[in-house]
Design a protein around this ligand. Sequence first.
Ligand SMILES: [Fe+2]
Length: 429
Amino acid sequence: MIGSITTTRNGRKFQINKRHTRKRMDVSELTAGMYIVELDRPWTDSPFLFQGFLLENDEDLLLIKTLCEWVVVEVTEEEWCELDGRGKASLQHRTRYVEKQDMAQQLSAASHTYQSTKLQIKRLLASAQLGQALNLKEAQAAVKDCVERVLNNPNAILWLTRLKHQDEYTAEHSVNVCLLSIALGREMELAPYELENLGICGLMHDIGKMKVPAEILNKPGPLDPQEFAEMARHTVYAKQLLMGRTDIYPGAVDVAYSHHERLDGKGYPRGIDSSKLSLFTRIVTVADAYDAMTSDRCYKSGMSSLDALKVLNNNSGSQFDPELVRRFVAMIGLYPPGYLLEMSNGEVGIILSADPGYQLKPKVIMILGPDKQPQPERIVNLSMEPEDDQGVPYRPQAVFRSGCFGVHVNDYINRGLRIKGFEYAIAAG
Ligand SMILES: [Fe+2]
């Protein structure tokens, strides 16, 4: 037995006992998300490198279906005992498949990488502002870590890009553009060394803003034409700051100089067209626009992720590279991790991640009941077609940003979110 909890559903009290167990299954019954621990033949006769693996996508499924007749999967069994005050009255069984990814570990490693990258860019921004020499060595090491985290699991680190603090906008925006660019580069199947170069381009793209007068940079309202012209010069300032350096990927100068150009030649500062825009510039442009649109500024609230994706889509071909927009939209998805999801029954949860191939059916920590009051938290995996207390299948209804319904996702991280498989607890704050 791995644990036992007591819960109340519809006024009825249950004790739930959980245990891991193994189950032999015909391959026709397999679905993505199941953990395979044994094949009907020796592992050495299969193309699988590991003796035990998570079925992640349709290709794996197809491969195992053509190779085997049966396999053994590891599952978590739940034994529900209804308590009526006199003891256990009835017994129900439910089975869930064990998820092997340890989100708690990933989130904590990702958080460490995010914070150290933010520290490095803050130092660089401060040096640029004071006209001091830029020490890029540590920033490059931080970007290397970012690449490792994104390659490991983009969900955990992309979660952190949602947790924004208005007062640290430029530093957080730089880290977010770095991470989103790496994640989009991963979708484009770039090599790890290319992702490191791309990450540096993302991290440094706005460094020229430190040369823009603070009263314009931090103006709590829209800029007038003169102020806008000065703000637009951050691209030129960046070029001046980075040009001629031998300790940075040379493409970073081009990206910082060109990330406000457009495919149709209507951007700034030069108004060059698509024929002169590098792949890295195009990637950083998409990541920059998305993060800027979804960020709160002192004079306006950020857009929802979905609205920002719509803007990217509407300007695809004129401002943004259509292929990159297509991949970016698919990567972020309709249900981005770190956002709130309201179900059709009114319950609200925080989106955790989606299994590959199940972008429309993410995993969610349910935290509010239909009355928007806190309820005992639990994870539901929509790809498993779960039902609510009334026996009605959960259906996603609308996505909201952190802060809606009084739910601040940062609080959950700060209080020590712990997730392991389907087991998790939130430490008392
Ligand atoms: Fe910029």
